[in-house]
Design a protein around this ligand. Sequence first.
Ligand SMILES: O=P(O)(O)OC[C@H]1O[C@](O)(COP(=O)(O)O)[C@@H](O)[C@@H]1O
Length: 265
Amino acid sequence: MRPIDDSPLTRDGKVLILAYDHGLEHGPVDFEAVPESADPEHVFEVATHPAVTSLAVQKGVAEAYYPDYAEDVTLLAKLNGTSNLWMGEPDSAVNWSVEYADEIGADSIGFTLYGGSNHEIEMAEEFRDAHEAARERDMPVVMWSYPRGQGLKNDKKPGTIAYAARQALELGADVAKVKYPGSPEAMEEVVEMAGRTKVIMSGGSKTSDREFLETVKAAMDAGASGLAVGRNVFQRENPEAILDGLEEIIFEESSVETALAATEQ
Ligand SMILES: O=P(O)(O)OC[C@H]1O[C@](O)(COP(=O)(O)O)[C@@H](O)[C@@H]1O
């Protein structure tokens, strides 16, 4: 059995990761819409919603806040990450080890790979080390598979995203987190290329409830296994409401209309 089948990262085989590494990746600008979202306690509280199968954070936030939420939140250790202040070719520093993530209480790990970057080789080798250390501990591995770099003119091309999903399978990830490729047909191809690696959609910048839920529904109908979402949850005044809607779509296979009604209850 692969570790993911037996992990709280999944619920009925589906995944809903609440991503909260934006303070590092994008900086304070992502917290402007809802100032209280800058406080990790606020987002840990949101992550106690039953739809959330894991909260993805960086080391410092995990160290400082996870001990208070260990009973109620499942932790995904996002091992690498870079600030927006970095202006070089896409790359990501490995900020903590699998050993240390395990010690803090993480159930699974997350790792970004920028396929196509001039740093892809080093990143893939770092991923190898993290992957094998995670396997020794039965911790599922989620790859943020984001083709990006000076040679890539369009990182949203369906073929590029299908390649990203395939890279995740080839390198051993249990879950590939990819951008939505723009249509259900393209998503089907992405899912096919990922084989037994589960594909989850990346949330992206904030959109309306309807637009967001429609995109998630389209991805799920095309065979995706869920979602990793940050801004589309914590940049809302009522993050629990959108999680109620996402719970309908991801775990109950409900329609968009039913999900929208759930957001209003
Ligand atoms: O590299 P990008 O596209 O700026 O986005 C990176 C961010 O997107 C995520 O992968 C998902 O978050 P969002 O749902 O807010 O897009 C985060 O984990 C990460 O901080």
